[in-house]
Every structure is written in structure tokens, then in C-alpha cells.
Design a protein around this ligand. Structure first.
Ligand code: FAD
Length: 384
């Protein structure tokens, strides 16, 4: 299945990506600009709605197909991080929203009229220890009043809606720490200036992300998705798809690095021969290729299980782990192969190197995957 699968989708996404060349991404990176034209083109072509069922205006494709879209973007030299949220954030609404919510929002998300690019989970004082998050949503009549702070919320300025995880019952009052949190679909425009403030975080990559402050932000009670108190479970339900999709992005990056390194190693003549003739140069590239191919097998396993509605948490986590590791190692090899030129922006290597590094940390850090596998696959004692 892997490389040749879904060839039609690959060709179509590649053709679209060709119109956004390396100069386009370099300029966006230099200016720290959001790649608006690219995201619009991708949305208009319907790719961002890949996972939305046809009855709600989407393409109704499987996770395998959706993952190919993101893989091809990264493989073409682009960065799916600008828009991947639009593809998977809606999963929470799709799985747990009421029929009325789905009918209202999903067709507009599918057409791009509404952007659901933003998800608010991480908080500055609790980090990965999500169940201790402090943002509270208190019900008052037909509204919830939200107070708290989030950090690292991506694409908020290029999103109309935000999936927000907040406590509706204080931690001290629940039996299990995973209870008492709820999911809301927040209208960002309505909340901005009404207690919601944003502070951009300048960071290592061109990734739009913010500190977000909620100061008595009132949201309508019907913003609640599913049942009150079940929000943490709803977030977990969406993680398998997210992990497999991010794995595919890393696979795309990995192939990009290997192709780039291979081409340069054939081309660059030092000591009267191509540098790629030296085993010291060619072996690391070959090793990277092997590791990407292996990670890709796990990515396909995760996607296939997901699309057959079978349990796939272990495979999705392992695919993300292997792919993020392989792409990072390939990035390092590609940079080394290019010598000094690897540091020059015009080669794109240093940009992609920075971009792929993120996936060791977000949306989940490597240690947390290892801990999942240790506890849930190997049955080792729980450590936190
Ligand atoms: C560019 C960017 C975009 C992001 N976008 C979003 C977004 O849109 N929405 C959102 O909600 N979040 C977002 N995040 C947040 C991201 O999900 C978190 O940064 C990530 O989950 C790690 O959390 P933390 O930064 O709080 O690290 P911490 O929880 O402080 O952990 C720091 C380090 O310690 C390790 N660690 C912590 N506890 C343990 C333990 N018990 N055992 C072993 N190791 C441990 C972690 O693995 C990590 O390496 C984004 C982050 C970045 C950098």
C-alpha cells in the first residue's frame, strides 16, 4: 500500500503544491506571515474537508487518504502546520456534537466559510498534566462564564472557532481527575474584546501561536459539545487521528530531506568526485531512508485500523513516535550533507529542519508516547 497508494490524491495535491514554490515558503518564513493563499487554495480544492462526511458537505474520505494530503504538502517543501487543525479539530464536533450543531457548523467548515483551526488545551502552569488545567467555565443561566489562561494556541487569528477544554467541576469535587472537564465550541470573533485577549508567541518556526487569556468571557450554553464533564474523554477520542496525521506529515518531511540530500550528494563535487560517493556521506542518507520507510509502515497500519474502526491508539502513538524521530534524523543528515549551504535559507533545509523539530514536542512530546506504550501496551506500572 504505502508509497504508491492513493496516487490520484497524491498527483492532485502535488499539482496544487507546485504553484506554491520554495520562494513562497521562504518569504512567508522570513516575514513570519501566515500562508493565506496556500490555505485558501487547499480549502477551495476541498482537501481540508477530507474527513467531513459527504452528508455534511465534505469529501467523506478515510484517514489514509487524509494523511496523504498532509504528507504531500510536507513532501513538496510546504508546511501543513499552517492548516492541519482544520482537518482534524472538527472530529470532536463530528463525534460528540448534537445533530443540530453538526448541521449548522460542518457544511460551513467544509466549504471554508468557517475555520475551525484552533484548539485550546495546553495551559502554562500545568502543561502535559492536562487534568489539572485551571481554566473554569461556570454555568450562569443560559451562558457559561470562562476564566483562565491557555498557552501555545495555534492559528487563533486565522480561525473563526475554537475547541476549548475547560473545567466545569473543580478538580477537588470529582472522583476521578479525568472527570469534570467539558468541551466548548467558542466563537472567537464574538469573544475577542469581550474578555478574550491574545498575545502572540514569537517562536523558532513560522507557526502562528498565542497565549490566550479568558477574563469573564461569556459564551452561550449551547456552545457545549456533548455532555458536561466528559470533555477529557472527547479530546482523547480525537487523538488517534491527530497522531496518525502528524506522522504522515513527518513522513513527508522525511522523504523531502532524503530526496534533497541525495540530489545534493550526487551534484556536489569535492576532491574531484561527488560527495555522495563517500560512504561517510551516503550511509547516513541510506539509514534515514530505511527509517522513514519503516515508520511509514506503522503509519499505514494505524490508518488502516482507524479506517476499519478498530482500536489503534498504540499504533497511532508509535507511528507518530517513529515518524517524528525519522524525520528529525533525516533533517540532521540533510543539513550535514549540505555542509555550509545547509544553513543558507535559499536551500530550504534550515527552515524544514526547524519545522520538523517541532514534532518531537507538539502536539505530544516523545516521553508521553513512551509512557503510553510502557503503561498501556507493556503493562508497566503507571508513573503519573
Ligand atoms: C508551536 C507549538 C504549537 C502548539 N499548538 C498547540 C495548540 O494549538 N493547542 C494546544 O492546546 N497546545 C499546543 N501546543 C502545546 C503542546 O501540545 C505542548 O507544548 C506539549 O504538549 C508539551 O507540553 P508543555 O510544553 O507544557 O511541556 P511540559 O509538560 O512542561 O513538559 C516539558 C518536558 O518534560 C517532559 N515531561 C513532563 N512530564 C513528564 C513525565 N511525567 N515523564 C517524562 N517526561 C515528562 C515532557 O515530555 C517535555 O519534554 C503547541 C506547542 C508548540 C510549541
Amino acid at each position: 500500500m504505502p508509497e504508491e497508494s492513493f496516487q490520484e490524491i497524491r498527483e492532485a495535491v502535488r499539482a496544487l503544491c507546485r504553484t506554491f514554490d520554495s520562494g513562497y515558503w521562504q518569504k512567508a518564513d522570513e516575514q513570519r506571515a501566515y500562508p493565506d493563499d496556500f490555505v485558501r487554495a487547499l480549502t477551495q480544492a476541498g482537501w481540508m474537508a477530507a474527513l467531513i462526511p459527504q452528508q455534511y458537505g465534505g469529501a467523506g474520505l478515510g484517514l489514509g487518504e487524509a494523511s496523504v494530503v498532509l504528507e504531500e504538502i510536507n513532501r513538496s517543501g510546504g508546511n501543513s502546520g499552517a492548516c492541519h487543525g482544520q482537518m482534524y479539530n472538527m472530529g470532536t464536533l463530528l463525534r460528540h456534537g448534537s445533530e443540530a450543531q453538526k448541521r449548522h457548523y460542518l457544511p460551513k467548515i467544509a466549504s471554508g466559510e468557517l475555520r475551525l483551526q484552533s484548539m485550546g488545551v495546553t495551559e502554562p502552569t500545568t502543561g502535559t498534566d492536562t487534568t489539572r488545567l485551571k481554566t473554569m467555565a461556570v454555568k450562569k443561566g443560559d451562558r457559561y462564564v470562562v476564566n483562565g489562561q491557555k498557552v501555545w494556541l495555534s492559528r487563533v487569528r486565522h480561525s473563526d472557532l475554537m475547541i476549548l477544554l475547560a473545567r466545569t467541576t473543580p478538580l477537588a469535587e470529582v472522583k476521578r481527575k479525568s472527570e469534570g472537564m467539558s468541551i466548548f465550541l467558542v466563537d472567537i470573533h464574538a469573544a475577542l474584546g469581550q474578555g478574550l485577549t491574545l498575545r502572540p508567541i514569537r517562536n523558532m518556526v513560522n507557526h502562528e501561536t498565542y497565549e490566550v487569556f479568558f477574563d469573564n468571557v461569556e459564551i452561550p450554553a449551547e456552545s457545549l459539545i456533548g455532555e458536561e464533564g466528559k470533555g477529557f474523554k472527547y479530546i482523547l477520542d480525537g487523538l488517534n487521528a491527530e497522531r496518525a496525521l502528524i506522522a504522515a506529515e513527518c513522513i513527508g518531511d522525511g522523504y523531502w530531506f532524503v530526496d534533497k540530500a541525495t540530489a545534493y550528494a550526487k551534484d556536489r563535487i569535492v576532491f574531484d568526485r561527488p560527495i555522495g560517493q563517500n560512504q561517510g556521506v551516503q550511509f547516513p542518507i541510506a539509514e534515514s531512508y530505511i527509517e522513514i520507510e519503516a515508520a511509514n509502515l506503522m503509519r499505514w497500519k494505524a490508518c488502516q485500523l482507524f479506517d476499519r474502526h478498530q482500536p489503534c491508539a498504540a499504533e497511532a502513538n508509535m507511528a507518530k513516535y517513529l515518524a517524528a524521530k525519522a524525520s528529525w534524523e533525516a533533517a540532521n543528515v540533510c543539513l550535514q550533507t549540505h555542509g555550509g549551504f545547509g544553513f543558507a535559507s535559499e536551500y530550504d533545509v534550515e527552515r524544514k529542519f526547524r519545522e520538523t523539530r517541532l514534532y518531537q514536542v507538539a502536539p505530544i512530546s516523545t516521553n508521553l508516547i513512551l509512557s503510553y506504550v510502557a503503561e498501556h501496551v507493556l503493562g508497566l506500572p503507571r508513573s503519573f
